[in-house]
Design a protein around this ligand. Structure first.
Ligand SMILES: [Zn+2]
Ligand SMILES: [Zn+2]
Length: 540
């Protein structure tokens, strides 16, 4: 029998392709990826690493990192230009190796021309081997040529409170692009280039206001891999931008969402590829929780005064959340004698007066528009009071109690779904509003949609009896605008308003993420938050 000759230990048999990372090792087959692709690994000169290099593309002459960035020969292109003294910006992102939406870019340029604004495009990278646009990996470093003069990838303070985080690259398929960046700026707000729209407010102990973190949306078309993450990225791809107005140390930020034809509405103007037009009246302004008794007069002024939000956007509907604060009958006060004492001294224990004042205010605010009152937990304090209280122990409110309770008793009946009773706050609004006031009080679970956006949920109740939040209401299969948390934000299909009250009330101690913010539904069905800072809300 012939003896098998061992190969010489000094001279390995060179099989496999050369490793592009270490140059001296070889790539050998090493099992399969989760996506059933052949994996090749170099282990020969691993040094302090377990393996030297792993790839599914052994023929590439350069190293591909997970983020799709070519290491070798990649000089990380720097895009910068002076941005001093600019007061208005419109900021978007562009994916590498991907065409721009030409008409959206043209509309963005109309915005810049009309508002004397600066367009900033943050370049972001994504490795998409199945892309129909990225013919070769060489394109990985290339952005659409039309964008050349607008690209910018530096970190830049736009004013004392706002930082452009254009140096940060987040994968376009990240489901929560802002997660882990909450602390990246100290007290300043930040803008991150990303194809998916997300916005949140973060409490800052050092500031009077929380900081806002937002992504931008993109000016490039959808270009994602044929994977689960890619499909999700494609679904949430936002053809959009972040409009920023700077006034001294303040800034105002709005979301721009383009239509398929590349046009978009910002405030009362519509920007189309060829020109700027007056937009059709907005479908709705959804006010940040009203809590009428505690409404901040500066928010009231910004919203309802001449030249204010309602006059300029001319919405068909006003939508109110937590219209009634229910301070007089707040169930959380029942066991606190000091709050009771303060209320008695200030003569604000009268429930009837608060309700009557609410409706009088509502009539004036609504005027000849249409309005919708979303059933909310604070409005529901009135029902809880009637259900839980013995009128003999609150004689100051006895007549109002008995009057309301009698109406409820007379309305009660059994339906197919169980017992039904009129909502007491709804009853008083209907009774006091007068025939000319076009206000509709929704029932719990009654739908109210405008522009395919569900506006009937307050946000206190989530799916299947859970507490409501943007996170559990973002994927209920319908776009929505909710209120309740007083902390505005955007999470996938769910936009949440802020509050119309001062940012510190009796019940929010500690650092707070509350802000004054309404939400708009424009005529084209797109939404934006509208922040109010010290009574101001935009550049003019
Ligand atoms: Zn509220
Ligand atoms: Zn609420």
């Amino acid at each position: 029998m012939r003896k098998q000759q061992p190969s010489s230990p000094k001279k390995p048999i060179l099989t496999g392709k050369p490793c592009p990372r270490c140059k001296t090792g070889r790539l050998h087959k090493d099992g399969f990826t989760a996506g059933s692709k052949q994996r090749y690994t170099c282990r020969e000169t691993s040094g302090d690493r377990v393996v030297c290099y792993t790839t599914t593309e052994p023929d590439l002459p350069y190293v591909n990192t997970q983020s799709g960035i070519r290491k070798e020969g990649d000089k990380n292109p720097q895009f910068r230009r002076p941005l001093g003294d600019i007061k208005r910006f419109i900021i978007t992102a562009a994916q590498n190796g991907t065409p721009v939406h030409k008409n959206f870019l043209r509309s963005l340029k109309q915005y810049c021309r009309f508002n004397d604004a600066e367009l900033i495009v943050i370049p972001i990278r994504y490795k998409n081997p199945t892309s129909s646009w990225t013919q070769s990996q060489i394109n990985a470093e290339v952005w659409a040529p039309e964008l050349k003069t607008y690209l910018y990838n530096q970190r830049k303070k736009l004013n004392a409170n706002l930082v452009l985080l254009a140096d940060i690259k987040t994968r376009p398929t990240a489901t929560k692009p802002l997660s882990a960046f909450e602390a990246i700026t100290a007290g300043e707000s930040g803008i991150l280039g990303h194809t998916k729209l997300q916005l949140l407010t973060v409490p800052t102990p050092q500031g009077r206001y929380p900081k806002i973190l937002t992504t931008t949306g993109a000016v490039t078309v959808k270009n994602y891999t044929d994977s689960k993450a890619g499909k999700l990225g494609e679904f949430h791809h936002c053809l959009g931008a972040c409009a920023v107005d700077i006034i001294g140390s303040k800034f105002f930020m709005r979301q721009v969402n383009a239509d398929r034809d590349g046009s978009f509405i910002d405030l009362e103007y519509e920007y189309r590829p060829n020109d700027v037009y007056h937009a059709e009246p907005a479908l709705a302004v959804v006010l940040g929780d009203t809590h009428r008794k505690f409404m901040d007069p500066r928010v009231q002024h910004a919203t309802f005064s001449r030249g204010g939000i309602v006059e300029r956007l001319n919405p068909e509907y006003l939508v109110f959340h937590d219209l009634h604060d229910g301070y007089a009958e707040n169930p959380h006060h029942r066991k606190d004698p000091f709050i009771k004492l303060a209320k008695a001294q200030a003569s604000i224990a009268g429930i009837e007066k608060e309700v009557v004042d609410d409706v009088a205010w509502l009539r004036k605010a609504v005027g000849d528009r249409k309005a919708v009152i979303v059933p909310s937990n604070h409005d529901n304090f009135l029902r809880r009071y009637i259900v839980d209280t013995d009128w003999r122990e609150d004689v100051n409110n006895a007549e109002f109690y008995l009057d309301t309770a009698l109406t409820m008793v007379r309305s009660t009946h059994m339906s197919l779904a169980g017992s039904e009773t009129v909502d007491p706050f709804t009853h008083w609004v209907e009774k006091l509003k007068g025939p000319s006031c076009n206000v509709r009080c929704l029932r719990r679970d009654e739908s109210f949609m405008l522009g395919q956006i569900e506006l009937s949920m307050h946000g206190d109740q989530g799916p299947n009896g859970a507490r409501g939040s943007r996170n559990n209401l973002r994927r209920i299969g319908v776009k929505s605008i909710i209120g309740h948390s007083h902390s505005p934000g955007i999470e996938e299909g769910c936009t949440q308003t802020g509050t119309s009250t001062p940012l510190k009330l009796e019940y929010n101690s500690g650092p707070s993420s509350w802000m004054n913010a309404h939400a708009i539904v424009y005529a084209n069905g797109k939404r934006s938050l509208l922040f109010i800072i010290d009574g101001e809300w935009c550049f003019e």
